[in-house]
Design a protein around this ligand. Structure first.
Ligand code: ZN
Length: 202
């Protein structure tokens, strides 16, 4: 970002911090920073505190690795949910997408990433040993792979299938129909519901 003497240093620092957020380009960062420094002290303080509090109070669920305040999370402890189904997703936002589909009543497992040898992300960087341990502990009948329809998603599906098939668990994947390369996070509820209903054994 071009630095200019017209930007006071504290604003410049705020711009840089905002620019590091996903989806915030240099222009948006500038616009947000100039907006924020003109809000009331109360408003600015509330925003700052919301960020700090969320960061302090949110952790990973020790069972499904989703983000939660209480551990285990509300999904893992919900007695109405089917404990024998585990849906594997790349990131917490994918859980929200699947919940929006309205038809899934099982549990989740969040990998917090995807296999990507080009970027040096191997199985040891994902929460795969935890997934294996959950299946080994018993009670899981089916693991549904709901990774994004990408090359890396595909490689992850194959890896998990090899990892879990010796344990005698059924491993399925979402039906094709999600546009290739698209993010699950942005898939509409109807498409996701269909992909879940039509899931196939690998
Ligand atoms: Zn959980």
């Amino acid at each position: 970002m071009p630095e200019t003497t017209a930007t006071p240093e504290p604003i410049q620092r705020l711009i840089e911090a905002l620019h590091r957020l996903p989806g915030v380009g240099p222009k948006s960062a500038q616009r947000l920073a100039y907006h924020l420094v003109r809000t009331s002290p109360q408003e600015a303080d509330a925003l700052a505190r919301a960020i700090v509090e969320a960061r302090e109070r949110i952790r990973y669920c020790s069972r499904c690795l989703n983000l939660t305040e209480a551990d285990p999370c509300a999904v893992c402890t919900d007695p109405r949910r089917d404990q024998s189904l585990v849906c594997v997703v790349e990131q917490p936002l994918d859980v929200l997408a699947i919940e929006r589909s309205g038809i899934y009543r099982g549990l989740y497992h969040v990998l917090h990433g995807i296999l990507n040898p080009m970027e040096g992300i191997g199985p040891e960087h994902l929460h795969l040993s935890e997934l294996r341990a959950r299946v080994e502990a018993g009670g899981v009948a089916e693991v549904i792979m709901a990774t994004n329809p990408s090359l890396e998603g595909e490689a992850t599906v194959m890896y998990v299938q090899r990892l879990l098939s010796p344990l005698g668990v059924r491993v399925t994947r979402l039906a094709r129909g999600l546009p290739s390369g698209a993010d699950l996070e942005y898939a509409d509820a109807v498409t996701l519901a269909r992909a879940l209903e039509g899931r196939q054994e690998i």
